[in-house]
Design a protein around this ligand. Structure first.
Ligand code: BG6
Length: 495
């Protein structure tokens, strides 16, 4: 059986994600031969589009690749549109007939991928209808890709998972966290496990703290309705940040395989300290943007955004400290922060190493200057928009005397290289075609992440306080700085 023969049914085929990410990614896979001619895509949504309209939409979404007319047409011809009401059982029969016809036409051999790219409220209904209407009665593989958010808290996530599990087994479920498809996130494992100099000091004896920053320049844009119910904690921390943290903190896996990596990530997440209410208040801060300027553009405050409650208490910024209670990490804070309308777009990790036991250069008699405190060694992993790493080490300043000077050893991937590396969604879709779940989140990871985040959320909900304001264009409220200052530390990245 060739796994490239596949029918992909996208629920939410007219949506933004499909247009911005899925169709372009499928096109790249098609160009590279990762999808053969034996594939078809059915796009479904409520609106009554024709196949012709759909083809135009698909072609438009791949226009930036500048394909020839023939290439664009050949690709788009594999796409079929079916207007669909997810609650209507009869509609699944229509879908099933179309699927069978396409299966025969493209010799697909029964392989099915279902992509759920719409409101999570419908996930349970869709999967149960897929089963009841016989859409899974084919002989090939069946896989379901699920977009975030996977639930709204631990309880709703569990319910959703139970519903999906009635139909698909864990191995057939691909829960997307698109950060796991990013080149430099995947590189965390290479840096850690392919370099003795790092892995041997990757612990609380040598690392002082780790900082994870996911800054966005954009505000909530047209997603106010969703975001006001979610907030930064659920939108970014529950998934992307805790996933990054688990990759940074996990023990070396026995092998670089789906099963082994998942096992270690889950253990890392389970070692994160569950805070009491008081600890949440001491270790987590939030913020909400008020009007401000970025690059001479003024932006309105969050409460004035469309579909946002004018008295909203939702946070658009969160900073916090996680502690991991295991032998490797005991006592090492993992500081995290993320927010909308910050100074610039940038995702980076700073691993801050401890000071040498004694600063022998302090008050050096050979130096003309009084020696300041040594700068810490910092390993920075640049995730986006630039990709690469740097290591800051102390050297001697050139000249008379003995003054130390921090030097940055830096590697950045070139713009050309970045341009040509596959986009996260392209990589993840290929993983699903290959049946490789390494870069997807296992249920146990999702469950534990919700448990951690629910604790924080519950305390905030109880407090019912307006989050401190921060001007659009800054790196969050002063409380985010105080969080580190009170422990005699500071954010390494200060754009
Ligand atoms: C999504 C969030 O998961 O990630 C968005 O819902 C956020 O609010 C986005 O903007 C950020 O992704 P990226 O790839 O642009 O960093």
């Amino acid at each position: 059986m060739d796994t490239k023969n596949v029918l992909i049914t996208i629920f939410g085929g007219t949506g933004d994600l499909a247009k911005r990410k899925l169709y372009p990614s499928l096109f790249r896979l098609y160009q590279k031969g990762n999808l053969s001619d034996n594939f078809a895509v059915i796009g479904t949504a409520r609106r009554p589009w024709s196949d012709e309209t759909y083809h135009e939409v698909v072609k438009e979404s791949i226009a930036s690749f500048q394909p020839s007319d023939k290439e664009a047409q050949d690709f788009a011809s594999h796409f079929y549109y079916q207007s669909h009401n997810v609650k209507d059982t009869d509609h699944y029969d229509v879908l099933n007939n179309l699927s069978d016809r396409l299966d025969e036409k493209y010799d697909i051999q029964g392989n099915r991928i279902f992509y759920l790219a719409m409101s999570p409220n419908f996930f349970g209904t869709i999967v149960s209808r897929l089963k009841s209407q016989g859409m899974l009665d084919t002989k090939g593989y069946h896989r379901v890709i699920i977009e975030k958010p996977f639930g709204n808290d631990y309880q709703s996530a569990t319910q959703l998972n139970d519903e999906i599990n009635q139909v698909f087994s864990e191995e057939e479920i691909y829960r997307i966290d698109h950060y796991l498809g990013k080149e430099m996130i995947q590189n965390i494992s290479a840096i850690r496990f392919a370099n003795l100099i790092f892995e041997s000091i990757w612990n609380n004896r040598y690392i002082d703290n780790i900082q994870i920053s996911l800054a966005e320049e954009v505000g909530v844009e047209e997603r106010g309705g969703y975001y006001d119910q979610s907030g930064a904690l659920k939108d970014m921390v529950q998934n992307h940040i805790l996933q990054m943290l688990s990759l940074l903190a996990m023990e070396p896996p026995v092998a670089f395989s789906e099963k082994e990596i998942r096992t270690e990530k889950i253990k890392a997440l389970e070692s994160i300290r569950m805070y009491s209410e008081e600890e949440v208040r001491n270790n987590f801060v939030r913020g909400q943007y008020v009007e401000g300027e970025i690059d001479n553009h003024s932006f309105k405050g969050y409460r004035d955004e469309e579909n946002v409650d004018e008295n909203s208490l939702t946070e658009t910024f969160v900073a916090g400290k996680f502690l991991i209670d295991n032998f490797r990490w005991s006592g090492v804070p993992f500081y995290i922060r993320t927010g909308k309308h910050l100074t610039e777009k940038g995702t980076r990790i700073n691993v801050v190493f401890k000071q040498v036991p004694v600063n022998v250069f302090k008050n050096s008699v050979t130096g003309p200057y009084e020696q300041k405190r040594l700068e810490p060694n910092v390993l920075t992993i640049y995730i986006q928009p630039t990709e690469g790493f740097s290591l800051t080490i102390n050297g001697k300043e050139i000249g008379q005397g003995f003054q130390t000077d921090p030097i940055k050893l830096e590697h950045r991937n070139s713009a050309d290289l970045i341009e040509n590396t596959p986009e996260a969604y392209e990589k993840l879709l290929l993983d699903v075609l290959n049946g490789d779940g390494t870069n997807f989140t296992h249920w146990d990871e999702v469950a534990q992440s919700w448990r951690i985040v629910d604790r924080i959320r519950e305390t905030w909900d109880k407090d019912q306080k307006t989050p401190p304001g921060y001007s659009a264009g800054t790196m969050g409220p002063k409380e985010a700085y105080q969080l580190l200052e009170k422990e005699d530390r500071h954010w390494i990245w200060e754009p």
